[in-house]
Design a protein around this ligand. Structure first.
Ligand code: C2E
Ligand code: MG
Ligand code: MG
Length: 646
């Protein structure tokens, strides 16, 4: 008998540790975690009453009422544990919504448990399930097999369910979930031959331990800063929802100024801020009783998923969140105001694809002006745009092979020489289905896919071919500016590629000027500096494009071999603010003092032209003179101007 107790007592200890560690590892957020916790609690109570029953049986002859209570509670929690375990499996597969609609599940699933409960209560009077014989020993009654049959029925259902949904579970999850049943069946089988060794509860405990180690891993599912579910959990959850055709809403909360706040208050305080936001959301979730799962995806992005039956309250909850986050938050005695975009997305109506959802969640703040009101994805979402985003890789590949790219030229005017002295080559892509695709969009995609190198080579070749053509010398254009992407700047073959193309077309290096962006210079990569130096030595000049859009670091600008700085049009158009005018004027002066020339980009009006000409900016580029135009139109445009000046 002591051997018996040893197994049960071990099971009790392991269950206690499991329960304790699960709570202390904060595995309490999210439906799955909560149900697993309930399974553990039930298993723990089962081991408690199991051990207690054995102690009473072994060490006492009397205490009949205690024995009845303890055995009944053991049998009750044992059966309940199997039911909750099945609920856990269902929540992992996330198909509650389907089960709820099915009458078989609705009625038949709780039935065995109801029968067990009724039998156990009536057993106090009927002694049909078990009783204490004359010597006060526990003895099974005639109806006892029903308890076994109920447990067996649940186990068969569980195995069947795991098997049917095996595609939803990863292989490791599948086997971890199965392990509980396999171990329990093996233990029951063993007990048939060795009735004295009651190890079934011990086997269950080992199975739950497996699950805890393989499935319930906080380091994989929990964000340690906020204690909320993390991006991995979010992606698993959302993918599974789409796979199961579930209807659900997501409240997306993007803290747009999170990075700038973090730069000011530091990482530790920024983490405190995130915790405060997480606590606010947890509180709202609790008080509004919507039972949503809360996620933190990093970079100031929070998500709440709302199940179908609570969806009519999504907008109301979004409003509560929005007004709560608009109040300033105190961190380390600094009062901070967050710029939070709160957006309600209805799945699958607004978005029905995981990739598109993730992309939308990252980007919806970019094109949307902050008004302080909640946003609805259906108002923001352009399906075509996201569809296009998904197909961009193949569109670009297709455009490269079928020569669909076209280089346009935008004339640049020299204020000193009063003529068009140069031009910028700008790439255009027109797709048969999607029409004109903006360069910002396809260049970003090409940088991700690596196609940017082929595109860059194409532009360079086209421009050099144009410069080498007999038309070019007639235009009196000194050089053509070519945009280089950050990726090209860092590529080890850039120098040989540029010099090789110039050589191929017998073009002199001073006929081209390469534009690099501020972003490229801020990632000062050793290859990039080497490329810049070698090409400059070979006679190619460089411009710094989009100056004024990022964190312009004058020291860095001064250290690079640059001929021209191009003032971005967003910078140029701030003239209505007198303070920014002072910044602009001093910037222009500083660049000139460093012996660099200036192109003012995005000049659309005569007023702006005069202003920049007065500031002695050497070059002007913008719609005021011309938009970027195809090569032949460019030749016509420049020729016309040359003739007019004669
Ligand atoms: P960017 O190099 O700053 O090019 C200037 C952009 O401003 C061009 O947009 C041009 O059409 C636009 N622009 C010029 N003047 C005006 C104006 O007066 N008003 C307004 N509103 N816009 C003006 P585009 O052609 O859409 O190109 C966008 C960006 O895409 C470029 O910015 C450049 O970063 C990139 N890009 C374009 N072609 C290439 C290329 O061949 N290679 C690489 N790596 N990037 C390219
Ligand atoms: Mg440019
Ligand atoms: Mg620019």
């Amino acid at each position: 008998m002591e051997k018996l107790l040893a197994f049960d007592f071990s099971a009790f200890l392991v269950m206690f540790v499991l329960l304790f560690t699960t709570i202390s590892r904060r595995m309490i957020h999210g439906k799955e975690n909560r149900i697993f916790l309930a399974t553990l609690a039930c298993a723990f109570l089962t081991t408690v009453f199991d051990s207690w029953s054995i102690v009473l049986d072994v060490y006492t002859d009397g205490a009949l009422t205690m024995k009845y209570i303890s055995h009944s509670l053991y049998l009750f929690f044992h059966s309940l544990m199997v039911v909750i375990y099945i609920c856990y499996i269902v929540s992992l597969a996330d198909i509650w919504h389907r089960l709820k609609q099915n009458i078989f599940h609705k009625i038949l699933l709780p039935l065995p448990m109801i029968v067990v409960t009724v039998l156990l209560i009536s057993n106090f009077f009927t002694h049909n399930v078990f009783y204490m014989n004359e010597e006060g020993h526990y003895t099974r009654g005639t109806l006892f097999p029903i308890i076994y049959i109920a447990g067996f029925a649940y186990a068969i259902y569980g195995i069947f369910f795991i098997w049917i949904n095996r595609m939803v579970f990863k292989r490791s999850r599948f086997w971890a979930l199965m392990s509980v049943f396999i171990l329990v069946f093996a233990a029951t089988f063993l007990q048939m031959f060795m009735p004295d060794v009651v190890i079934e509860m011990f086997a269950t405990t080992i199975g739950l331990l497996f699950i805890s180690m393989i499935i319930q891993k906080p380091e994989e599912n929990i964000d340690l800063t906020t204690g909320l579910l993390n991006s991995t959990a979010y992606s698993i959850d959302v993918k599974r929802n789409f796979h199961n055709e579930k209807v659900f809403d997501i409240i997306m909360i993007n803290v747009a100024n999170f990075h700038s706040i973090r730069d000011i208050i530091g990482f530790d305080a920024a983490n405190d801020l995130l915790k405060t936001v997480a606590n606010k959301l947890t509180q709202i979730n609790k008080t509004s009783k919507i039972n949503s799962d809360l996620f933190y995806l990093g970079k100031g992005k929070f998500r709440l998923t709302i199940d179908d039956d609570k969806r009519e309250r999504s907008n109301e909850i979004a409003e509560i969140i929005n007004s709560s986050l608009q109040k300033s938050i105190d961190v380390n005695h600094i009062s901070l105001n967050l710029v939070c975009y709160v957006c309600v997305t209805r799945c699958p109506y607004d978005v029905d694809d995981y990739e598109i959802l993730m992309h939308f969640g990252d980007r919806f703040t970019e094109d949307t002006e902050y008004t302080g009101n909640i946003l609805l994805a259906r108002d923001l979402f352009s399906h075509e745009r996201y569809d296009l985003f998904n197909k961009l890789d193949s569109i670009i590949e297709n455009a490269i092979t079928n020569h669909k790219f076209q280089v346009y030229y935008q004339p640049i005017y020299s204020t000193k020489e009063q003529r068009f002295n140069s031009a910028e080559a700008l790439l255009r892509l027109k797709d048969d289905t999607y029409g004109f695709i903006p360069p910002d969009v396809f260049i970003t995609a090409a940088e991700k896919s690596g196609a940017i190198h082929k595109i860059g080579a194409y532009v360079l070749d086209e421009v050099c071919e144009f410069i080498a053509s007999p038309d070019f010398p007639k235009l009196n254009i000194d050089y053509i500016e070519i945009n280089l992407s950050v990726h090209q700047c860092m590529h080890e073959d850039l120098v040989s590629q540029v010099l090789g193309t110039l050589e191929k077309h017998k073009v002199s290096p001073d006929k081209i000027n390469l534009e690099i962006t501020e972003t490229a210079t801020s990632n000062l990569h050793s290859n990039m500096l080497k490329n810049l130096t070698e090409l400059t030595q070979a006679g190619v000049s460089f411009s710094l494009d989009d100056f004024g859009t990022g964190y312009s670091n004058m020291q860095r600008v001064a250290s690079l071999p640059l001929k021209i700085v191009k003032l971005d049009r967003t910078f140029v158009n701030h003239e209505e603010n007198p303070k920014l005018s002072i910044v602009l004027e001093n910037t222009v002066k500083m660049i000139k003092d460093m012996d660099m020339e200036i192109v003012a980009e995005g000049i659309e009006t005569e007023q702006l032209l005069t202003r920049f000409a007065d500031m002695k900016c050497e070059y002007i580029q913008g719609y005021y003179f011309s938009k970027p135009i195809p090569k032949n139109d460019f030749i016509v445009f420049i020729t016309k101007h040359l003739n007019a000046n004669k």
